[in-house]
Design a protein around this ligand. Structure first.
Ligand SMILES: [Zn+2]
Length: 222
């Protein structure tokens, strides 16, 4: 894709329309994985964080749903971390956006970063947005409103979902799958990474897929 174009993982948006319309010495069995590569105009790329790394996620301050979203990030991170067999990744919620790699925000809250270079679409009920860097090997940084920071992904959650605790957990857990690098949706409608995000925890195929992803060399590292 063109170097400055935005690559958006807009799965839940698509779904909402549809409804309304390694390094490990031993590689685990990965039967049941579905395709996870990010499709760009330049072809498929494998995007994931460095193996063994920590991905820090902060919730944007303000709004009625901030506490719901904080709880949802904590729960979703725990669900994904529990299935990492060899510490392939660790999602951690941090309280300060200045410490974060990823920010999660309700759609009714001003984003704490400048997204003018790569603006998110209107979310269906959830949306993960990031931009490929000019060399196509990493992601650009969304600068904090006051400058600095190292946020490379913005997750937006429709406010009406963010304010419902159970819905927030489903949407955030699903979007965290995209944050980890699962850039596609499961064909099984029961999976967390199905477009409708029917659950708040990864199923067997989601687990097989994230493990396959983290045992595949990355072509894009956030
Ligand atoms: Zn999705």
């Amino acid at each position: 894709m063109s170097a400055r174009a935005c690559a958006r993982v807009a799965g839940l948006l698509a779904c909402a329309l549809a409804l309304a319309g390694c390094d490990a010495p031993t590689v685990p069995a990965r039967t049941g994985a579905y395709p996870f590569a990010l499709q760009t105009v330049a072809g498929e790329v494998v995007m994931r964080w460095p193996a063994g790394g920590t991905v820090r996620v902060a919730v944007a301050p303000g709004g009625a749903a901030a506490s719901n979203l904080q709880a949802a990030v904590t729960a979703g991170a725990a669900q994904w971390n529990a299935v990492a067999l060899y510490g392939e990744y660790e999602l951690v919620r941090v309280s300060d956006v200045a410490d974060a790699d990823v920010v999660v925000a309700g759609s009714d809250v001003p984003l704490p970063v400048d997204v003018s270079a790569c603006p998110p679409s209107s979310p269906g009920f959830g949306l993960t947005t990031f931009c490929l860097s000019p060399d196509g090997r990493s992601l650009t940084t969304f600068p904090l409103a006051g400058g600095g920071g190292h946020i490379r992904m913005v997750v937006t959650v429709l406010a009406s979902f963010a304010t419902d605790g159970a819905a927030a957990r489903r949407v955030v857990a699903h979007e965290l799958g995209h944050v980890l690098g699962i850039a596609r949706h499961s064909p099984n409608p029961a999976d967390l990474m199905a477009a409708a995000a029917p659950t708040d925890r990864p199923g067997p195929a989601d687990v097989a897929t994230v493990l396959a992803l983290y045992h595949t060399p990355a072509t894009v590292v956030p």
